[in-house]
Design a protein around this ligand. Structure first.
Ligand SMILES: *Cc1c(COP(=O)(O)O)cnc(C)c1O
Length: 358
């Protein structure tokens, strides 16, 4: 337990004897059976892959650990990324663990508080870019071309390699691939990585089939679903607020080769799924993660029959990353009382057991 993806799946990764065996205990995340939605939607088997349980709270750790280890092996001292938040949190953590400098470019004013505080805590050099994520990534790519710095965005193929291990884990846990994989799509590296993982395992005979890849963009940031890039992407789900995905073509290949789909959900649908996951399943994930569950609910409402199907939803990040959103989307008043038993009981409208008889 807790050996990390480089040791656990090293034989499938671009490792050499010189690659440092870096780990913060990433991977081996829980695959939890649904308690409510499975029955409510009439699905044979529904599981949630809890990627928010990774060391920095998102799946980015799986790819970053490989990218940072390879950067270290190449003799670089500095890693660089553009980020909507989770990549920078992961890069900052693994950079610190590897004894490297980390520079992150974030879209000014558009990064969730939890993610920003991680990058600061881990000691990254943070530059706020007065522009959106897509612009920040263009700048980062240019810098990495001209200076001796390793770019650890998912354009770095080591990221995709590391992230494919989540697909391996799902097959290893279920004994086979699920029939459908539901996954949020932003820069589209993760859907690319899962498809690579499932097809590699299929080629090795570890699973007979590969799942249909069901990717979900937010309506206001849906370049792949609509077929054209979005200049000012907008959604409550900041981790998928991306208008020109770096892995656009490989995401389309994953969709087409798997017989899947990449479609959209509205922010209202995302929020509905986000609240339901917390309140009916006991799972607190990011809004971006909830997008794939919103997509599943939408597909079933529109008539997709999953009564004979196994489904895995990839819950990409931890809800604590973006605490402000909870207050934005729920209007539960916080109640107060003086510190005595009677006062609190009164606020709660409690009645003593048997009090009616007395
Ligand atoms: C990065 C991220 C995504 C999007 O993944 P891509 O590989 O960019 O498509 C979704 N959810 C969370 C929480 C993320 O951090």
């Amino acid at each position: 337990m807790g050996v990390g993806v480089l040791l656990r799946y090293g034989q499938y990764l671009p490792m050499t004897d010189a690659t440092p065996r870096l780990t913060l205990g990433e991977g081996e995340t829980p695959l939890v059976r649904s308690k409510f939605l499975e029955r409510d939607l009439g699905i044979k088997e529904l599981y949630f892959k809890l990627e928010g349980c990774n060391p920095t709270g998102s799946f980015k750790d799986r790819g970053i650990v490989v990218a940072v280890a390879k950067a270290k092996e190449a003799g670089h001292h500095t890693i660089l990324c553009a980020s909507t938040g989770n990549t920078s949190a992961a890069a900052a953590a693994y950079g610190a663990a590897a004894g490297m400098h980390c520079v992150v470019l974030v879209p000014k004013g558009n990064v969730a508080m939890g993610k920003m505080s991680q990058a600061i805590a881990y000691g990254a050099r943070i530059v706020m870019i007065r522009g959106n994520f897509d612009r920040a990534l263009e700048v980062a790519r240019g810098l990495a071309d001209e200076y001796p710095i390793s770019l650890v965005n998912s354009v770095n193929q080591h990221r995709i390699e590391g992230q494919k291990t989540a697909a391996f884990e799902i097959v290893d846990a279920l004994g086979d691939a699920p029939d459908h994989l539901y996954i949020p799509v932003g820069n589209a590296g993760n859907i690319t990585a899962y498809w690579r993982g499932f097809t590699e395992y299929r080629a090795l005979g570890k699973t007979e089939h590969a799942p249909r890849m069901m990717g979900w963009e937010a309506e206001g940031a849906a370049p792949i679903a609509t077929g054209k890039r979005v200049d000012s992407p907008n959604t409550i789900a900041s981790a998928i607020r991306i208008g020109n995905p770096a892995s656009w073509q490989s995401a389309e290949r994953a969709r087409d080769e798997s017989g899947g789909d990449i479609a959209t959900v509205s922010d209202d649908e995302i929020v509905e799924a986000y609240r339901l996951l917390a309140r009916r399943e006991g799972i607190f994930c990011e809004p971006a993660s909830a997008a794939c569950v919103a997509g599943l609910m939408k597909n079933v409402r529109q008539g997709l029959d999953l009564r004979q199907s196994s489904v895995v939803c990839v819950l990409t990040g931890n809800g604590l990353k973006d605490p402000d959103i909870v207050y934005q989307v729920t209007n539960t008043p916080l109640e107060e009382a003086t510190p005595d038993l009677e006062a609190v009981a009164k606020v709660l409208n409690l009645e003593r057991a048997g009090s009616a008889k007395r």
